[in-house]
Design a protein around this ligand. Sequence first.
Ligand code: FRU
Length: 485
Amino acid sequence: TEWTSELRYLPYEKWNATYKENLKKTVAQSKWRLAYHIQPETGLLNDPNGFSYFNGKWQLFYQSFPFGGAHGLKSWAHLTSTDLVHWEYEGLALKPDTPFDSHGVYSGSALPIDDQLFLFYTGNVRDKDWTRHAYQNGAWMDTNGTVTKIAQPLFPEDSHYTDDFRDPMIFPYNNGFAMVIGAKNLEGEGKILTYFSADKDVKNFKQLGELTFTTKPLGYMVECPNLVFIDNKPLLLFCPQGLDKNIKEYDNIFPNMYVVADEFDIANNELINPSSLANLDEGFDVYATQAFNAPDGRALAVSWIGLPDITYPTDTEGWSNCLSLVKELTLKNGELFQYPVSETLNLRQKQTKLTAGTTNIKSTAYELAVEVPAGEVSTLTLFANEKNSRGLLLTIDANHGKITLDRSNVGIPFAEAFGHVRTAEVSKEKNITVNIFADTSVIEIYINQGERTLTGRFFPDTDQTYLHLKNIKTASFYHLERTNN
Ligand code: FRU
């Protein structure tokens, strides 16, 4: 398929049944389908949206173009779960079917209000001249899952900003509702704006202006801002596009960054004593992470494992991208830690102890835990073939405090302009623990219980079921599997 603009924006009802059936078959034949990560049934998945807890279940939505591995006309696909690891697909919750979202139901968030779930999203619209308009829209989902859109945008377009204005994230604050949103101003600079509704009316958001959290310019656009609180400290997650690498080094086309601060001073619309910009993930493919403060007290996050403007080898198989495991965010001595929620243990099947050497583990969906003593260097070849001439190379250097992931020799190359190697750094000459969550064509590596993370896609061949461990005394291995779907 050649993804012309006409095809990308074809109305959903124009895709015929035969096309959709064939697409399902093509997707089913892919050798890179995942065992326990959220992936699209067909088509393209991008940002997680509307992550929340409502009606006794975890609610999660994602950006979906159901008709192929391309960025086309977007909807919100809906998933529910009772344990954050087994997800039920509930279909498309928001489709592009009004004059205020005709060219895509773009990203946003959700918040339970009274007995409904409020969905707050950006409607992408192209007018006759293909000029873009960004509307900030709302919808209500009731306990039966029925969604009713609010007919008019919640506030008017702002002439001080361009049509790059999207991704509202709502959260309860000071007896009202606060919201942060990404924007590009008329000078072409990326900004995060704050809104507030003191009377808890979603139609009454007032703009507080630009959120101050750095003195540095943030490139030409900021996407997907999120503000959550951990131990009362604000954590701001965001995706700056076009950020100068002298401000903060990053390797991917666009980074997903964060800042932790002491306080959110809403009166001055400012984060007090903010940290400098930091990368959320040191790997290859994390973007558009969405976080929220769950009613059980945890700060939970889920990331898109994929990047804008990058083509992936599965695109031509009719599906693209996946979401990360659900991660709990914590602060230890002011440092951000991210680790899969404890419910992830529900996926463990049986434990095996492995020692150095080559093992055919006959599984492509697993968790592997190793500890490297201070001063030692261990290497792991994951998804290796029998001869160990191919594989995903992970080097854990507990002398220099460096963990390096090299995907140059594991399979089909992609995103080559951005390099094949990523490195995470931790304290030198200290033991390093590494917990690896591997799943067929995606890997999430958690270092020191989440002090650093390295996430990425890779596309191996089916004979690469071996694991090669060098200078490792013991490793714990668990096959991981979803048990009820
Ligand atoms: C980020 C993003 C958002 C937008 C959505 C459209 O990946 O570009 O800014 O709302 O994707 O799918």
